[in-house]
Write a protein that binds this ligand. Structure first.
Ligand code: PLP
Length: 493
């Protein structure tokens, strides 16, 4: 299996090369030439562990990894770092199944892929006789940064640099990042938003001059963002796993399908669900939930993508994004795998901030449903689910839950649904607790965390205990224009 760039059919890469590069040289994203079909019956999948499922799915995409290599990566990734053997448990509340993707080291769904990416990267480097040190350059809206840092800290032959919007992450997210240990790590706050961080990082990737300088000093860039197929592929696994569990528990019958609801920012998680559907997993609608930065909702409704609008800071900061990178992979596909067409749309996006797809392309989006939840709607659904069931969800998951309520009342479709639960409520304790009761408004962060434990009966996760007293190690803050010089300084080039 080969991967092609969404902007140039002639740029092809093996799976391991695509992982190493992160982004294609022309600025496009790597996509598999075809999406493979899962050739294993669901009854058999239903008996498999998470790790076994991961192998069955990933081997179809990472065809130049040996069985031994891939199984070793999987074993090292999905181990005791997760606080449950199931890795991604399904929890039912109010007739909906929440797929809890936050049981890894940094308590957000980014751990699902970022606990395996460093292993895939190192294996890929070995396969391709790479002698350079790999510099992971990452922009984060809050969760990718910490999950990538945790994965790459002190991994030999790598360095990792993370840029986050200084005023655009939750207090827990920030504390998690700036306390990161490891001599090969650098964490930098920027005076700007996530889109600016992401654009700055992408520019460095395609800066030929910088690339040359890096090479001379024995470095090469790669990415831990969801533009890397080494992140996308592991994310397909949990949709396959969830479906198998739904069948095993009798929630859905063999032959029935399930809807999937995903709180969306960069469009990576929901794209993985789309790939899972294309592999043959019985998924009905893909419900794309946005917060008040509802650029995707408008896109699904009108066929026009328009990022020219105010950037809103919400209580679901990991979805505060106006340029959803991974949407490019979907655009390429609905354009009929047409790199030229996609390329011209992406050029329009870069130049004017907007593009419009054709009627024909729009018709191919019918498996998607998009909607959004306002801040009051998000808070209300947290409170409602807690009051009715005692279950507490985080703000991102709440955006999905609120959108799912809208979907059901609009369409009357009562197909069983799985909501991707993307973060532990502990990570957003302040927003979650004040949604439940305004009386918590002026209490200190760690008091709220202890109170959350009391009212939820869910133990404070280790990731939170770890930052209670940890010293701040990263104090660098820079302007957007200074990102490149910060990188050069850290690498001494
Ligand atoms: C990253 C993130 C999202 C958005 O996922 P995308 O793949 O960027 O669409 C949603 N919720 C949480 C908690 C996240 O960390």
């Amino acid at each position: 299996m080969l991967y092609v760039s969404t902007r140039n059919d002639n740029e092809k890469a093996s799976p391991s090369q695509a992982i190493l590069k992160g982004l294609a040289e022309d600025g496009g994203l790597f996509v598999p030439e075809q999406i493979p079909v899962l050739d294993i019956p669901v009854e058999k999948l239903a008996e498999m562990t998470y790790q076994e499922t991961a192998y069955e799915v990933m081997k179809l995409f990472l065809t130049d990894f040996t069985e031994e290599e891939l199984k070793t990566c999987i074993r090292n990734a999905y181990d005791e770092k997760f606080d449950t053997e199931e890795i991604a448990p399904l929890v039912k509340a109010q007739d909906v199944n929440y797929l809890e993707l936050f049981h890894g080291a940094t308590i957000a769904f980014k751990d699902m892929a970022l606990s395996i990416l460093p292993h895939l990267m190192i294996t890929s480097a070995r396969k391709n006789q790479v002698k350079n040190d790999i510099v992971i350059l990452t922009a984060t809206s809050g969760d990718t940064g910490k999950a990538a840092l945790a994965g790459f800290a002190d991994v030999e032959g790598t360095k990792i640099i993370v840029f986050y919007p200084k005023d655009g992450v939750s207090p827990v997210q920030q504390k998690q990042m700036v306390t990161q240990k490891g001599d090969n790590t650098l964490v930098v706050g920027i005076n700007g938003n996530f889109d600016q961080a992401q654009t700055g990082v992408k520019q460095m990737f395609s800066d030929k001059e910088l690339g040359k300088l890096m090479k001379e000093s024995g470095y090469q860039f790669s990415s831990a963002n969801s533009i890397n197929i080494g992140r996308l592929v592991p994310q397909i696994v949990y949709y396959v796993y969830a479906c198998a569990r739904m069948i095993k528990s009798g929630e859905i019958k063999n032959g029935e399908s399930m809807n999937v609801v995903v709180p969306t920012g960069n469009f990576g998680n929901i794209l993985a669900a789309f790939y899972a559907k294309n592999m043959g997993i019985p998924v009905g609608k893909l419900i794309c939930a946005s917060n008040e930065n509802k650029v995707l909702y408008d896109f699904f409704r009108t066929g026009t993508y328009d990022r020219n609008r105010e950037f809103i800071l919400t209580s679901s900061p990991s979805m505060d994004i106006l340029i959803s990178s991974n949407l490019e992979r979907l655009i390429y596909r609905i354009a009929g795998n047409d790199a030229e067409k996609n390329s011209s749309l992406m050029k329009e996006l870069q130049e004017s901030g907007t593009y419009e797809i054709t009627e024909e392309m729009k018709e191919r989006l019918s498996v998607f449903y998009g909607n959004y939840a306002s801040e009051p709607e998000t808070a209300a659904v947290i409170r409602e689910i807690y009051q009715e069931t005692g279950y507490i969800i985080d703000t991102h998951t709440a955006v999905a839950a609120a959108v799912y309520q809208k979907y059901k009342s609009e369409t009357g479709d009562d197909t069983k649904a799985v909501i991707a639960s993307t973060a532990s409520p502990y990570k957003f304790a302040r927003s979650v607790m004040t949604a439940i009761d305004r009386k918590y408004e002026n209490r200190p962060d760690f008091e709220l965390i202890d109170e959350l434990e009391t009212i939820s009966g869910v133990k404070v996760p280790q990731a939170i205990e770890d930052i209670r007293t940890a010293p701040v190690r990263h104090k660098t803050v820079c302007e957007v224009e200074e990102m490149q010089s910060v990188v050069k300084k850290f690498l001494n080039i």
